[in-house]
Design a protein around this ligand. Structure first.
Ligand code: NAD
Ligand code: ZN
Length: 257
């Protein structure tokens, strides 16, 4: 509830019910409650691994063993994680006909595990390893050995099929994400600091194309002051849960609609 007595959750639920064609853009924050640290903040991965040392394609090609230290930790943490109430809530909103797609910057596969059907993986995922020389692909668990650099049958190093700094976004994911942003009625931005480019352009594209932009984040972000129409402050699971309760009170939204 705001100081003027208005309720941002109610306003966001009204927008979602009226416009229906919502798209979610998610970041590391949505998976924090599944036990996967985000990148920024005191508990974040960057506190331990400097991104320019560990997360660029340049460092991967020059020091694969070092970069695999961080990647190995991510494979291990993400491999053991389960979807939380926020991932499940977005899947339920898809089922209710409210959210039509999820664009995620995450590489953990938790939206699909929660039951979301249309997921655009903007930064790839950790499920697959790809050879930097012959491009042969392997399921990660087939080749990954903690503490070692996994190798292809051709003898070259394997890289997870995720986008490191300095690499382009997979073209199909970028096309699809921009198309969703241009044509959605509401963009719900969940758990991203919106500092990684070009993913941070998606809210602006949606806004300039006429969408309302709703942000779910316990903190203010660089988006909060300008592109955002409604900021729902709080953890993703709590806020999405309250949005669903409100939507269920609205007559014109029912499961399978
Ligand atoms: P980020 O680490 O820069 O920002 C995380 C954001 O989430 C912050 O704004 C924070 O306030 C918010 N947040 C924290 N807890 C939250 C909660 N419970 N509910 C809602 N919001 C919460 O993350 P980013 O913007 O996604 O950028 C980091 C990049 O690193 C992305 O490309 C991302 O894919 C990648 N990454 C992925 C994972 C993963 O796959 N789970 C984990 C770490 C980083
Ligand atoms: Zn190879």
């Amino acid at each position: 509830m705001r100081s003027d007595g208005s309720d941002p959750i109610r306003e966001a639920a009204r927008l979602l019910a009226d416009r229906r064609n919502a798209v979610a853009l998610t970041g590391a924050g949505i998976s924090v409650e599944s036990g996967i640290p985000s990148f920024r903040g005191a508990q974040g991965m960057w506190a331990k691994y400097d991104p320019m040392e560990y997360a660029t394609i340049h460092s991967f090609m020059h020091s694969p063993r070092k970069v695999w230290e961080m990647l190995s930790e991510m494979v291990s943490v993400c491999g053991g994680a389960m979807p939380n109430a926020a991932h499940k809530g977005l899947a339920a909103l898809e089922e209710m006909g409210v959210v039509r797609a999820v664009i995620t910057q995450n590489v953990d596969g938790l939206h699909q595990a929660a039951g979301s059907r249309r997921v655009i993986e903007y930064h790839g995922n950790l499920d697959e390893l790809i050879c930097v020389y012959c491009w042969k692909r392997y399921p990660t668990l087939e080749r990954w050995i903690p503490g070692a650099v996994p190798l292809c049958d051709c003898g070259e190093i394997l890289k997870p099929n995720v986008v490191l700094f300095g690499e382009p976004i997979p073209w199909l994911a970028q096309e699809q994400a921009e198309e969703e942003a241009r044509t959605c009625g509401v963009l719900v931005v969940v758990g991203t600091s919106a500092q990684v480019s070009p993913a941070c352009d998606i809210p602006r594209i949606a806004k300039e194309s006429g969408a309302a932009v709703v942000e779910i984040n316990p903190e203010e972000t660089s988006l909060s002051g300008n592109v955002i129409d409604i900021h729902l402050r709080g953890s993703a699971s709590k806020v999405i849960g309250r949005l669903i309760e409100r939507l269920k009170e609205t007559d014109d939204v029912s499961p399978g609609h």
